[in-house]
Design a protein around this ligand. Structure first.
Ligand SMILES: [Mn+2]
Length: 317
């Protein structure tokens, strides 16, 4: 029998690989999905890592508070199995909360390299990352790190209202241009990457395959997923989910909302159906709690992240 003290504050009392255990949703120290907070990654499969950075936003800032909001919201769903999956993704893989990376926001030019170096330390240990943003620029240094550990360019599966491939001269710290640079530098292979939910204008696709929000509705989940799986094949995949892919009615708490977006149900169905892809890293970004209502955006992001945990685990299930 476990004592009462072992069933509270699992953020620092949890034993490795102990699946789901119940803790009151309204109390206790908060970590992502009540995983153990640790900087020790021995025996760890997935590290949840926050990047509380939002200096690259072009409209409303505030995503620096995203990791904290997503962790808080995750406590509401940590007691249960992830809906739609027939296994407990915390049983067959070890998931820990690594906390946040550290950087100096007063010296922004150095921030990308500071983030990249800390992800290199994690990736070098063979640990995959589930990153909580932060604005979408934060994906860029994570990709820069990950690409170094793969011989072939990474395939991006990118959920967003925006392509984030707007062209620019030079390289700025901007959450709307980083995938232009990622493709140009060969970090990702656009011809084997796909953007889903797009509904903003960009005169150039830069080679990325695109399914707009309207395409998804017209084609249906099954047809979209079939296309996506054909595009990425068995290549290493990085899955990035900008919460503004969702309709603002379901995710108002974000910096650059765009109407006419995907429902949370559709997003979950697509994520579940992606089972079988060669997932090497994932993130959920652009949650800006100041514009949120009743924590619905944070809850959506936390649930999307839980589905990503299941997607990581599904190769072993
Ligand atoms: Mn976006």
């Amino acid at each position: 029998m476990t004592s009462k003290i072992d069933n509270i504050d699992l953020a620092f009392t949890r034993k490795p690989g102990s699946g789901i255990r119940e803790e009151p949703t309204y109390s206790g120290a908060l970590s992502f999905a009540r995983r153990r907070y640790t900087k020790n990654l021995e025996g760890c499969d997935i590290a949840v890592v926050g990047i509380p950075f939002d200096l690259a936003t072009t409209s409303r800032p505030g995503a620096r508070l995203g990791p904290r909001a997503i962790r808080t919201a995750s406590s509401m769903i940590a007691w249960d199995r992830v809906h739609g999956w027939e296994f407990d993704p915390f049983e067959n893989q070890s998931v820990v909360d690594f906390g946040d990376v550290l950087f100096d926001p007063g010296a922004p030019a150095g921030v990308p390299d500071e983030i990249k170096a800390q992800f290199e330390d994690i990736h070098r240990q063979g640990v995959k990352t589930l990153m909580l943003g932060g604005d979408h620029f934060t994906t860029y240094p994570v990709l820069q790190s990950l690409a170094q550990f793969h011989d072939e360019p990474i395939s991006l599966i990118h959920f967003d209202a925006h392509s984030d491939t707007w062209e620019e001269d030079g390289e700025s710290i901007n959450h709307g241009t980083m995938f232009y640079h990622a493709a140009k530098q060969g970090l990702v292979d656009p011809t084997h990457s796909v953007q889903i939910g797009i509904r903003t204008y960009n005169e150039d696709t830069h080679g990325f395959n695109i399914y707009s929000a309207e395409d998804v509705q017209a084609m249906g989940v099954e047809a979209v997923v079939k296309k996506v799986k054909n595009i990425v094949g068995n290549r290493p995949v990085y899955l990035t989910f900008d919460v503004d892919c969702l309709d603002p009615s379901m995710a108002p708490g974000t910096g650059t909302p765009v109407i006419g977006g995907m429902t949370t149900m559709t997003a979950q169905q697509i994520l579940r159906s992606l089972r079988g892809i060669n997932l090497q890293g994932a993130d959920v970004v652009e949650v800006a709690p100041a514009y949120d209502v009743s924590e619905i955006t944070a809850l959506a992001a936390a649930t999307i992240a839980m589905n990503m945990v299941a997607l990581f685990a599904s190769v072993k299930a």
